[in-house]
Design a protein around this ligand. Sequence first.
Ligand code: GLN
Length: 553
Amino acid sequence: MTKYIFVTGGVTSSLGKGIIAASLAKLLQARGFRTTIQKFDPYINVDPGTLNPYEHGECYVTEDGAETDLDLGHYERYLNTHTSQANNVTTGRIYQYVINKEREGAYLGKTVQVIPHITDEIKRRMTLLGQNNQFDIVITELGGTVGDIESLPYVEAVRQLKWEMGDENALVVHLTLIPYLKAAKELKTKPTQHSVKLMSENGLNPDVLVCRTEEPLYKELKRKIALFCNVTQDAVIEALDADTIYGVPLEMMREKLDQICLQKLELPMGTEPDLSRWKEFLNKLRYPKSKVTIGLVGKYVELQDAYKSILEALIHAGAINECKVEVKNIHSEHLTPENAAEKLQNVDAMLVAPGFGSRGIEGKIDAIRYARENKLPFFGICLGMQMACVEFARNVLGVKNAHSTEMDPDTKDGVIAMMEEQKKITQMGGTMRLGAYECELRSGSKAADIYGSTNISERHRHRYEFNNAYMDAFEKAGMIPVGKNPKTGLVEIVELPEHPFYMGVQFHPEYKSTVENPHPLFVAFVKAAKEAQENRNGHGAHHKFEKSGVAEG
Ligand code: GLN
């Protein structure tokens, strides 16, 4: 029978529930248990696809094309397994389902209510992944903080599940904060006591407390927390601030979080966790031999979470290159042809981020021109690739008004244009080209060399595409469409073979990078940054891009 662990949060948001859930899952997986994680978010949006990154950080995309919370990215990066649509549920999705059923007449004249109809639907979805004996353990992270009005139906659903399944089959891990008051030189347990009390007023008692803290919890304090929060003493887990999120699984192992959960779930301890690959990664991450600076050009750079998967993919790629990757945020809105050189002169490579809409778009184009002309390693992702094509059309092919029809719907030179299948779409939610699609690589291309294969599959999230009417002109001028969808002919990758590293990809490679499988394109990109730095140290500046067969327009 599948066992369930519910991870709730108290006191404040941003305690890192996703990382704790993912770390626990990693340890259980390493002990041989088939483990998955899902996230339940209490907001009304049906999925976060319609949310601005300023609201909710990055929108993560799964293989099956679900637009999800960024915590699913952590789950995949830690577990090295795929999640799916079923792993992220929102209040909006629950209500939409229940209301549709009501319209069908499925409730046979009954009054449809939060309890039992909404809570029943939450329970059904919470146990969905546990069916068909796919997993030994399903971890469910509850978004939000206990005490929020919108979290109540979820707490109630967990209470009912625990009652139905029994404590040995359903466990609540509560993540809380033990603040350190500098003036009093004391760790304070009261906020945790209140948060546990709030939860027990709703009938739910935590079994394990994971306590975020800046200072170690001494024995007597742990005893006090256990006593007043009604958990066993060994179930008070210290979670000290970590130097990297990737250190947390080992910290949790040291604190025996996995063992206490298994014991309470009446499961055997399994095999001693083999985390040798994880430790090897961590070692390389902590003790790099070199350092590169990568310019991240985007319009949400002031918000760390907006480009989460890209930043993590750079960390994975840095570690494997034994190289610390320092990211220099470059706001695309502040870039101009005049200042691009100055803003980019000290970076070893440049990544132009995905995005939507016009804000900051000309700055991205200016930066790409600089990278192309100065042989600065360039990696353009989705909108970054599209703008690389616009830049090339304008400045090399001489098509002065070239643009994406997303930014300039009236342009006659839509080098990037809306995909045919997108034109009739009127609803914005969940209707982009989403999820994994195959891509065929031209043999002999840099991409094929990097992947070590000519058939790949990558995840997508876009409405616009390269306009194939420009394909020949691009190829003649040296920008080669080396990756295409074998069924539709959509261009997926463009390269400039004359450039040390110039790669534009229509898909999002960052979603597939994990600790144990860093993404090959990111690995190659960081390597190119290292080489560029070595060259620069030898020559004092980026090389000027000599003509090399490219017809300057
Ligand atoms: N806005 C562009 C499109 O819809 C790019 C999207 C992206 O960068 N994810 O095609």
